[in-house]
Design a protein around this ligand. Sequence first.
Ligand code: G3P
Length: 230
Amino acid sequence: MKIFLDTANVVEIRAAAQLGLVDGVTTNPSLIAKEGTTFKERIKEICSVVSGDVSAETIATDWEGMVREGRELATWAPNVVVKAPCTPDGLRATRVLAEAGIKVNVTLIFSATQGLLACKNGAYIISPFVGRLDDIGLDGMELVRDLVQFCEIYDFPTQVLAASIRTPNHVIAAAKAGAHIATMPASVFNTLYRHPLTDNGMSRFLSDWKTLPAYEEAIFPRQTSAPTAR
Ligand code: G3P
């Protein structure tokens, strides 16, 4: 499963990318608005930090406008993926953009039928919003499972991206569901590698190591002769 960061904050993206674990980035108008910079400048900056897919969302609500914006967004960097909402106009724009060879992430997917239609119209990625379905008492991950199954049964090349991920348990469930991608805020990403027992174990190992009499030498052992095989 690919890991994407769901943020437009370049400091967060750079920090996570240094671990070699960021396969892509998703943004949306709300995330861009938080950054106080221009849309184009920020998307280009993100695209220069990560080599994987970077989703940038269209703002128009009519299909012609989405196609026009999508064509423009696709010129900003080779790794831009155009985001379009799962509305009738968004689906129509997806078909047109896909036929022009532009990758589309169909977003705001809340039902299996929406996901199926987006796949049929050539979506490169579909984004079911797990957390927002959980928020209204539904099972967001069940939608991810259904969509992964559709892609397998019909051999759609579309990738299912579990979006609106709120917890590390969502990440585990997305991986179990076979999601191709999970996108998450940096706050969730940073919980994935942390464990208190790892921290405790490290401090115990290090304090025991320091009790060695030849502490310095143990760190920088002097090799007087070639090691002999036993
Ligand atoms: O990028 C879309 C999605 O991940 C938003 O998540 O937490 O606002 O529902 P959230």
